[in-house]
Design a protein around this ligand. Sequence first.
Ligand SMILES: *Cc1c(COP(=O)(O)O)cnc(C)c1O
Length: 369
Amino acid sequence: MNRPFNFSAGPAAIPEEVLRQAAAEMLDWHGSGMGVMEMSHRGKEFIAIYEQAEADLRELLAVPPEFRILFMQGGGVAENAIVPMNLSRAATVDFVVTGAWSQKSRKEALKYAAEVHTAASGEDSHFTSIPDPASWQLSRGASYVHLCSNETIHGVEFHELPDLRALGSDAPLVVDFSSNVASRPVDWSRVGLAFGGAQKNLGPAGLTLVVVREDLLGHALPICPSAFDYAIVAEHRSMYNTPPTWGIYIAGLTFQWLLRQREGEATGIAAMERRNIAKAERLYGYIDQSQFYVNQVAPHCRSRMNIPFLLRDEARNDAFLAGARERGLLQLKGHKSVGGMRASLYNAMPMEGVEALIAYMREFEQHHA
Ligand SMILES: *Cc1c(COP(=O)(O)O)cnc(C)c1O
């Protein structure tokens, strides 16, 4: 069976090998007589799944020992509240606004932080560019600085995380990496906390990953729900309440799939990164040489994961999408705030999917130009 290529921005395609393994183990996990969804989260079977997933993720993303890995619920949107409830200490929080997601995070933080300061914004450019870090107006004594490392809607990505100390700020950096987690290595020396929903690159919706430096734990505001207090979650190894067991299991299978990837001499995340660079270059290269399609994001911050593009003649959008669906190219419609198309090229999208998309785009252009 040949599955279509699914370009969804999220929930998104999951590697076929992972889906097949999960299907094979659905009714009976490793001879236990139970499926993973039916197991006690405190039983030895699930504890083994959990410990393996955590260890594999630590290896995969080279997470240093001073960081704790938390498997939570609530998604990226809940983290917009959970982060300020845990880290703001009722002081000023700095925001770098580079698109719809960081804008949304900023708005939610207004409820919890004593003051929210916009240190930089790409709004003037309609979020087609990231302001140069040298121009950011960082506050003195901020409790943290928030940014979104990949803006899923606007297709804008940080290709290097800022070194806040070099920019004159002592604040920890908080990164929303929901849509580029595990697509590239993370420079943990520049990060205080990173969070992401699983449904873009790690597995099903319902699991939220938080990686937090230990010294940031234990400062939650009194209003913070216990189940969302990072110190409590860390102390209970993500089992203060029932964790999203199915999500952890599928993410665990995905981590193992990622660890098996090879590209030349590169393995794991390095292999994945090479492949993601190649896929994105191929699609941007095609769009840029075309008179028919256009991507408006500045080349220095174009996302490898989410590639929005417009047809110069917007009247052809519906025909483009219908033809794509017929050819097994799914979920290419752009976000309503940007319009046009969006091709999400997460880890599970092979180069063949990108080639199939380009072949279709070329054919469509030839018919309609
Ligand atoms: C998808 C996404 C979110 C939202 O995640 P939910 O699971 O819907 O809460 C947050 N931030 C970014 C960057 C995203 O791509």
